[in-house]
Design a protein around this ligand. Structure first.
Ligand code: OKP
Ligand code: ZN
Length: 347
C-alpha cells in the first residue's frame, strides 16, 4: 500500500497538556509517527511518498475560513503578546458555553483560542500550523491516489484529526484529515463515502461535520462517552439528523472491552457499510485500542490487528487510511503495520 508521509509532522511538538489539574508532558509525541514509518520500511509495505501541496482553499471544503485564518496566524499572535511566549505552548483556558455567543469574533487572543477549541489538552505550538497543514495534504494526496485507481493509500501524519470540527480544535487535533479525505473522495466522484473510525475515542469532529449529510456515513467504535473522552458526543442514540438521519452509527463499548466483543462491533459496522452501498471507505486508524495504551481502556493485542486489516479489506472498497491515535509508542508501529499488512493480505 502506498503511504503519504508527513515529513513535517515533527514541527508540532507540544510540551504540556492540562491533565487532572496539572500540566503533564504530552502523550501525542513525534516518536509515534517515526515508529510507524520505521515499521512500514522494515516490512517493505509499499512506496512511501511525500504529499502534494494544496492551497488553503482545499481546507475550506471542511473547515470554516475564520478558523483556518486563526490557526494560520495563531502562533505569531501568541508570541507578539509577549516575547517570552515563544518558550511556552498556547493552551486555551476560557470557553463559551450554552447561552453564550459564538457569532462575535473576540479581539482578545485567549478568547479566540477558547472560541475555536473544546479542551485544554491540545497545545498550539510554533510548528502546529505547518505540521497540521502538511498532514491534511497527506490525506488529500491519499484520496487523490485512490480516486486515480489505487486500491488503498495510507496518510501517515500527526497531529491526528478526528476530534477537529468545522471550526474547533481539541483532542490533539487541528485539521480533520479523515473528513478532508472523505470530502475529496466525494468531490472526485464517489457518490457515497463511509468513514469508519476505529480509534478508541469517538471522533466528535467528524461526526459533527457529516451529521446532517446522507452522502457521508460516519461509523465509530469507541469507549463509551459516559466515562470516556470526549464525553459530550458519541452515544448510540445519535443517528444523524435531517437528510443525514440514519447515516451516523455509534457503537460505544465499555472500558475493558476485549478483542472478541470489539470485533463483533466491527462486523456490525461493516454490515452497515455494505447495506449503505458505499463507493469508498475512509478509515480513521487509531490503534489506542491496544491493551498497553496509556490513556485508553480497550484490550486488543498486537496480533489482533492483522484480523482488523483483513476484515476491513473484505468490504472490497477503495480505501483511504488516516492515522489517528495510539500512544503506546513502543507498539504503535507494529500495531499500525499489522492492520495494513492484514488489509493487503486480503486485497
Ligand atoms: C486523541 B485521539 C489524557 C486525557 C485525554 C484527550 C485524548 C485525546 C485522544 N491526558 N486527553 O482520539 O487518539
Ligand atoms: Zn484516540
Amino acid at each position: 500500500m502506498i503511504t503519504f508521509y508527513n515529513d513535517r509532522h515533527s514541527l508540532h511538538q507540544g510540551r504540556v497538556e492540562m491533565f487532572r489539574g496539572e500540566l503533564v508532558p504530552c502523550f501525542e509525541v513525534a516518536a509515534r509517527a517515526d515508529r510507524v514509518l520505521d515499521e512500514l520500511r522494515r516490512r517493505r509495505l509499499g512506496a512511501i511518498e511525500p504529499a502534494q501541496a494544496f492551497d488553503d482553499a482545499a481546507l475550506s471544503r471542511i473547515h470554516a475560513s475564520r478558523y483556518v485564518e486563526f490557526l494560520r496566524g495563531a502562533w505569531d499572535e501568541w508570541v507578539s503578546l509577549d516575547p517570552a511566549n515563544a518558550r511556552r505552548d498556547a493552551l486555551p483556558s476560557v470557553w463559551p458555553v450554552r447561552g453564550h455567543r459564538s457569532d462575535v469574533l473576540p479581539e482578545n487572543f485567549a478568547a479566540r483560542m477558547g472560541l475555536f477549541s473544546f479542551d485544554a489538552g491540545t497545545p498550539l505550538t510554533a510548528g502546529t500550523w505547518q505540521a497540521a497543514r502538511s498532514g491534511a495534504w497527506c490525506a488529500l494526496s491519499a484520496a487523490g491516489r485512490v480516486l486515480a485507481g489505487e486500491r488503498a493509500a495510507f496518510a501517515l501524519t500527526r497531529p491526528p484529526g478526528h476530534h477537529a470540527g468545522q471550526d474547533f480544535f481539541g483532542g490533539y487535533c487541528f485539521l480533520n484529515n479523515a473528513a478532508l479525505a472523505a470530502q475529496a473522495l466525494r468531490d472526485g466522484g464517489a457518490g457515497r463515502v463511509a468513514v469508519l473510525d476505529i480509534d478508541y475515542h469517538h471522533g466528535n469532529g467528524t461526526q459533527c461535520l457529516f451529521y446532517e449529510r446522507a452522502d457521508v456515513f460516519y461509523l465509530s467504535l469507541h469507549g463509551d462517552p459516559r466515562s470516556e473522552y470526549p464525553f459530550y458526543l458519541g452515544h448510540a442514540d445519535e443517528t444523524g439528523a435531517g437528510a443525514g438521519l440514519g447515516f451516523n452509527l455509534n457503537l460505544p463499548l465499555p472500558r475493558g472491552t476485549g478483542f472478541a466483543a470489539w470485533f463483533a462491533a466491527l462486523a456490525q459496522a461493516l454490515r452497515a457499510i455494505a447495506d449503505y452501498r458505499a463507493d469508498a471507505l475512509v478509515v480513521s486508524l487509531g490503534v489506542d485500542t491496544f491493551a498497553g495504551d496509556p490513556i485508553s481502556g480497550f484490550r486488543l493485542q498486537s496480533d489482533d490487528y492483522f484480523q482488523v486489516g483483513e476484515a476491513l479489506a473484505t468490504a472490497g472498497l477503495p480505501s483511504v487510511f488516516v492515522f489517528e491515535g495510539g500512544y503506546a509508542v513502543a507498539a504503535v508501529g507494529i500495531n499500525t503495520a499489522n492492520v495494513l499488512e492484514g488489509f493487503q493480505r486480503r486485497s
